[in-house]
Design a protein around this ligand. Structure first.
Ligand code: NAD
Length: 400
């Protein structure tokens, strides 16, 4: 993922006429923190925070708990955050954090210990005007609430603006849970509208029916009933029905902790089969590197929307691009979460609490503006949406 992120930035930088020194400066990481968290049972967990760039504002980026995360992946995700906040014109920079752990193997007491230790280590480097972490894969408002509490105890901060993605009772924003999925639906609709097919009957498949994938599908079911969900998966496999699946029913099943391999009444499908389905739109909402040179030839969809970070690797991107597959890039497609995180931070710093409607209206404005700019750059420069998104972000970074 790091190679892909760097390659995309280099290519967009060259299109903008930047020198190698300017491109190196864009890729340079401000600060890296690497440490260990020791659990009561003696386990030692590697932990990271990478602060890539704060030229446009405080560092911003999630903290991921995952057994397979490594330092390079955190670096890539931090760089992508800088690009994302710049592309969306938010006054924020880019960072990312991670702890190498499988949270499913731990009880709540251990998770709380990890969350508090993480903050204790980083307390001097984070905060409302320095670096504002948020949830990511396998982290959630409960974990963030522990982190905010620890930060407040250690520093006396009362604003709760030190983290976003808190529970609503502890200063979180309404609409944050659904924001990334909703933002993805807004972005995709803008693109389909631009291409004159927004009102057509379209089929789509979602890889990864977690927070992002499930909200994308449930929001789409209400706002775009002409988009038909025909397949979706979790890490073990999924369900397929060419006549259409009910996103709400599937979301309720997942909310109860269900796994699709146990889902009754629909045909089962593997993750690889989902990638090769003959659908109009492939929604990638699981993890990075889901489509690579090993499986890109199976893709039949005309559109891919990258709701996960870096789900299409560099060579797959190049093959798919040549084949005319339209890829809506992650740094814009999945930016809904960071937009509402920013809105949460604004509410905290102003001591306000906005209605969900107001939050969704603001989200719509940010996503629509970014999509308008994206399609304009694509057409003016005859480049792919991915190149255009990075060009947009880089231009903004150079303006500072
Ligand atoms: P999540 O943990 O809620 O959901 C991830 C889903 O993907 C789960 O259903 C999991 O079972 C499934 N999955 C994991 N490996 C898979 C595989 N190999 N094949 C198919 N499914 C698989 O996480 P999330 O918050 O929905 O995040 C999903 C992606 O979106 C991540 O890449 C994350 O970085 C990115 N993202 C999330 C947000 C956010 O606000 N949550 C914002 C921006 C980007």
């Amino acid at each position: 993922m790091l190679d892909t992120a760097k390659a995309l930035i280099k290519s967009a930088g060259k299109k903008l006429g930047l020198s190698s020194a300017q491109i190196d400066q864009l890729l340079a990481i401000d600060k890296e923190h690497q440490f260990e968290i020791k659990l009561d049972d003696g386990k030692v967990l590697p932990a990271y925070r990478v602060q890539h760039n704060n030229q446009r504002g405080p560092y911003k980026g999630g903290i991921r708990f995952h057994h397979e995360i490594d330092f390079d992946e955190v670096r890539a995700l931090a760089i992508l955050m800088t690009m994302k906040t710049a592309a969306l014109d938010l006054p924020l920079g880019g960072a990312k954090g991670g702890v190498v752990v499988n949270p499913r193997e731990l009880n709540d007491a251990a998770l709380e210990q990890i969350s508090r230790e993480y903050v204790r280590y980083l307390k001097d480097h984070i905060g409302p005007t320095k670096d504002i972490p948020a949830p990511d894969v396998n982290t959630n408002p409960v974990i963030i609430d522990w982190m905010v509490d620890e930060y407040s105890v250690l520093t006396g901060d009362k604003t709760r603006a030190s983290f976003t993605g808190k529970s609503v009772e502890k200063g979180g924003s309404l609409g944050r849970n659904a924001a990334t999925g909703r933002g993805g639906a807004i972005a995709l609709n803008a693109l389909l509208k631009h291409n004159g097919i927004a009102e057509k009957e379209l089929t789509y498949a979602v890889q990864g029916f977690g927070n992002v994938g499930s909200f994308f599908a449930t929001v789409a079911a209400v706002d775009h009933p002409n988009w038909k969900l025909v397949a979706t998966t979790d890490s073990n496999g999924g369900v397929y029905n060419p006549l259409g699946l009910d996103p709400k029913k599937l979301a309720e099943f997942k909310d109860k902790g269900g796994r699709f391999v146990e889902y009754k009444g629909e045909k089962q499908i593997s993750n690889e089969e989902l990638i090769g389905l003959d659908v109009d739109i492939l929604v990638l909402a699981a993890l990075g590197d889901a489509v690579t040179e090993a499986n890109d030839k199976h893709v039949k969809a005309k559109y891919i929307i990258e709701l996960a970070n870096g789900p299409v690797n560099e060579s797959a991107y190049s093959h798919l691009n040549k084949r005319g597959v339209i890829i809506l890039p992650d740094i814009i497609a999945n930016a809904g979460g960071v937009v509402v995180s920013y809105l949460e931070w604004v509410q905290n710093t102003k001591h306000e609490h906005w209605s969900e409607d107001k939050v969704n209206t603001e989200l719509n404005k940010y996503m629509t503006k970014a999509m308008n700019e994206l399609t304009k750059i694509t057409e003016e420069n005859k480049v792919s949406l991915t190149e255009a998104a990075f060009m947009l972000a880089i231009k903004r970074l150079l303006e500072v």
